[in-house]
Design a protein around this ligand. Sequence first.
Ligand code: PMT
Length: 219
Amino acid sequence: IPLKSLEGKTVLITAGPTYEAIDPVRFIGNHSSGKMGYSLAEEASKRGAKVILISGPGSQTVHDKSIAVHKVTSAKEMLAKVFEFYDRIDIGIASAAVADYAPKEIAKEKIKKNDEHLTIELVKNPDILKTMGDKKTHQFLVGFALETQNEEENAKGKLEKKNLDMIVLNSLRDEGAGFKNDTNKIKIFTRTDEKEFDLKSKDEVAKDILDFVEAQLLK
Ligand code: PMT
């Protein structure tokens, strides 16, 4: 793969968790560190792409200052930010771990611990990637699937349901894969191909993913 193999392409990447506020001091979140998405952003930029990184909260930073980083907190904010750019992008990669549900109401004041039980009503968040799939025109769309069971079946289901071109499966059953680790172990599916990779650093995994994307674009 030549060094500037993504020259002329605009790549949008979602990364990290989303935080869904319960009250002014608490939220519902998850263990995503953003590392996978930030590695993808750095690698795409090295390959000459214009990179837009939409990132949930976390401590990751970009080294390559040409990457445009947009920080968001909730799934709704992430959705809105993605669609500020969506028409202009060639490749979309959704590596964010978006909260599927958010509290129906955000309490204005800190919730006091008065009662033995506390019930928080949750409502479904928008599915950002599904919305991207529905509005897809020329974009090449890559999703992730984070699974704990029926991994391949669920990943292929998401490829179809969200109208994706490619999906990257990582399983929490594989040691060193998924959240927080500096490593990941993936299997890629398109409608016609599949390929399994060894456990590697997330920087190396990002290269494998972008090599696969580039090979698909050349088809
Ligand atoms: O951030 P790290 O600590 O490095 O960890 C990386 C990772 C494990 C978070 C990453 O590799 C990963 O698997 N990201 C997707 C996590 C996830 O939410 O998977 P999912 O199977 O629930 O969702 C499927 C796809 O739809 C994902 O591309 C997700 O970004 C997207 N989605 C899901 C729900 C939603 N409301 N909006 C979405 O866009």
